[in-house]
Design a protein around this ligand. Structure first.
Ligand SMILES: [Zn+2]
Length: 318
């Protein structure tokens, strides 16, 4: 046989092998990158007391995704616009700095289980001291209101245990009033000269009668007068997330009512354990109070839902 022909045949065989190896390795690479889910979070630097938006780009086969973070479990929802899964969670104020694991568990339509763990750094934030003077009856409630305080604690515990399992919120959370902040979240309170608990919300300057609006879509969990909170509205945003509006002069919503983002909830005031007219705005996630102002900076994926159509449109008249 012609030596040149043998050489050409060997070369062709070698090229075939190289092509096979190239295709096989690229398929393996593709499969590996398909399995590795990309995890992002906002804000970029997590601290004790911070709410967090987790965003996961999982493999296309995933049809549901659940996260476990700080020993609490929550469901992700899928955003068609970002083709990603997202959920709001939080870092408790008492969390020590260090690395914490976000455990992700996905399942496919064939009920196959997929999982991934990611280590996420939580940095330490030092909150300032703040001195407040409160009427003694709101520091140590007198015996005649003891039963009322206990009843209200039991009611809040019951309500926090009955939150909507599905997310009711959509898009960014907005400030409940258009005024400046008078007291920050997390400040260690020195109440009447005694070191007390950290401040669990953000205080806004608000003279009595300022309109207070819902931070996001949800359902009114509580709308009544409480001993410490005064006239109080709580909105259930689903999946353990609640916003709370305290010390109101007037309440304009009813328990069980669905509310839209920006909807009037009531008028600010000076009721309950209050040091003067202001709005105390709090954010609670699965038992932890979180910094409301950080929540307001988070930009969740997806478009805002369009507002519900008004009755009396052409379609409604048909
Ligand atoms: Zn406050």
């Amino acid at each position: 046989m012609d030596e040149n022909l043998i050489f050409r045949l060997r070369l062709r065989r070698l090229c075939g092998w190289l092509l096979f190896l190239l295709v096989a390795s690229s398929e393996w690479l593709f499969a590996a990158s398909d399995r590795a889910w990309s995890v992002q979070y906002e804000p970029k630097a997590l601290v004790n007391g911070s709410p967090v938006l987790f965003r996961v780009e999982a493999s296309a086969a995933v049809t549901s995704l659940q996260g476990t973070w700080a020993e609490r479990t929550f469901d992700f929802r899928f955003g068609p616009s970002c083709k990603c899964w997202f959920a709001i969670a939080g870092v408790d104020l008492a969390t020590k700095p260090g690395k914490y694991t976000l455990e992700l568990k996905g399942s496919t339509k064939d009920n196959a289980a997929l999982s991934q763990n990611d280590e996420i750094l939580v940095r330490e934030k030092q909150y300032p001291l703040s001195t407040v003077t409160i009427p003694p009856a709101y520091v140590q409630p007198p015996p005649e209101v003891q039963a009322r305080v206990e009843e209200e604690q039991a009611l809040k515990k019951k309500l926090f245990g009955e939150l909507a399992p599905e997310a009711l919120w959509a898009g960014r959370f907005q400030a409940p009033v258009a005024t400046g902040v008078s007291g920050g979240f997390g400040a260690v309170r020195v109440v009447n000269g005694v070191k007390g608990n950290p401040h669990q919300g953000t205080d806004y300057h608000a003279k009595v009668g300022t309109t207070v609006r819902a931070s996001n879509y949800g359902k009114v969990l509580l709308a009544r007068n409480l001993y410490f909170e005064g006239n109080c509205v709580m909105i259930d945003h689903g999946q353990g997330l609640v916003t709370i509006y305290m010390h109101l002069s007037k309440i304009k919503v009813q328990e069980g009512q669905a509310v839209a983002k920006g909807q009037l909830l009531g008028m600010s005031g000076n009721t309950g354990r209050s040091t003067g007219p202001h709005l105390h705005f709090a954010v609670r996630w699965q038992g932890s109070y979180l910094d409301p102002r950080t929540l307001l900076t988070i930009i969740p994926p997806g478009r805002e839902p369009s507002p519900p159509k008004k009755a009396g449109t052409k379609a409604a008249k048909k």
